[in-house]
Design a protein around this ligand. Structure first.
Ligand code: ATR
Length: 278
């Protein structure tokens, strides 16, 4: 039986084993999905060993998405653009073996469009953060052709660098993308996406509520208690609040398709997961 795993540190609370188990059941695929705890200084050897023992793919989570990018011998266009990998597939017949993809952006886009029912056409988007989480989704957001995207970060120079990395891509899609600090990111956005880890640091929401247009969608990529302060803040200021659980299930479905060639139905799995965690 083909083996898959979520590779990260920590991985104990990851929902990925449950999600991929549900996808396997639904699609009639036979596979094992496990947790692969990687020592902070030993990601590469841990996943290599997993492959030599029958591992055929990994979901890569914090803090290894950049190391997974460095490990992959071949990359999808979107992983190349993000310079981060969240999905590895081991192809034994290929030189180097590892194919790297990034399904985070596609997962976020599907969640916003299909699950939250929002359109990108005409939307002004504010993306908060310039770390791995933000890098993984910026290219996919640009490809949807919104009216404009602003990338705001505590250290504005990091936001500037990430925008620079996407300069050609944004030009190809005709989307204006600008970088700024958190205090000067403007107002009236239709879609606000929190990709910072501010809440894990116990900090409050790092922007003023004027960033929200009336009826805006405010999405935190986290879920559970970590997302609560941002979601409470969003509701208080009249926005539609959404956690990262839908994105988690959608990016997993994209990874499952890359590995198994079949796309699971996400709606039922997301609903069951939400009930399980409530
Ligand atoms: P991840 O892989 O989750 O993106 P990361 O690469 O460490 O993690 O990035 C964390 C992001 O959260 C960064 O954008 C960081 O801002 P800086 O680049 O200025 O460090 C942001 N962040 C973390 N703590 C924050 C806080 N208290 N207020 C605002 N932003 C914060």
């Amino acid at each position: 039986v083909a083996r898959y795993a979520v590779a990260g540190n920590p991985v104990a609370h990851s929902q990925s084993p449950w999600i991929h188990g549900a996808f396997a059941l639904q699609t009639g695929q036979s596979l094992n999905y496990e947790r692969l705890l990687c020592p902070l200084d030993d990601f590469r050897r841990t996943v290599q060993r997993f492959a030599s023992e029958g591992g055929r793919g990994c979901n890569v989570t914090v803090p290894f998405k950049f190391e997974a990018y460095a490990l992959a011998a071949r990359l999808s266009e979107r992983a190349e653009l993000a310079q981060a990998v969240n999905t590895l597939r081991f192809d034994p017949a290929e030189a180097g073996g590892w194919y790297g993809d990034n399904t985070d952006g596609a997962g976020l886009v599907r969640d916003i469009q299909n699950n939250a029912g929002r359109q990108f056409a005409g939307a002004r988007i504010l993306l908060l953060g310039a770390g791995g989480a933000s890098a993984g989704v910026l290219g996919s957001l640009i490809a949807q052709g919104p009216a404009a995207i602003t990338l705001a970060n505590r250290s504005a120079d990091k936001a500037q660098a990430l925008v620079e990395q996407h300069r050609n891509w944004a030009g190809q899609h005709g989307v204006p993308v600008q970088a700024c600090g958190l205090a000067d990111c403007g107002s009236g956005y239709d879609i606000l996406i929190n990709a910072t880890s501010a809440s894990l640091a116990g900090a409050g929401v790092p922007v003023a509520s004027t960033v929200l247009a009336p009826g805006a969608l405010a999405l935190d990529m986290m879920y559970g208690p970590a997302a609560a302060p941002f979601l409470d803040w969003a509701r208080t200021h009249g926005a539609e609040a959404r956690d990262g659980l839908g994105m988690l299930v959608e990016q997993a479905a994209e990874a499952f398709e890359l590995w198994r060639g079949v796309k699971p139905d996400t709606a039922e799995v997301l609903a069951t997961l939400r009930a399980k965690l409530a």
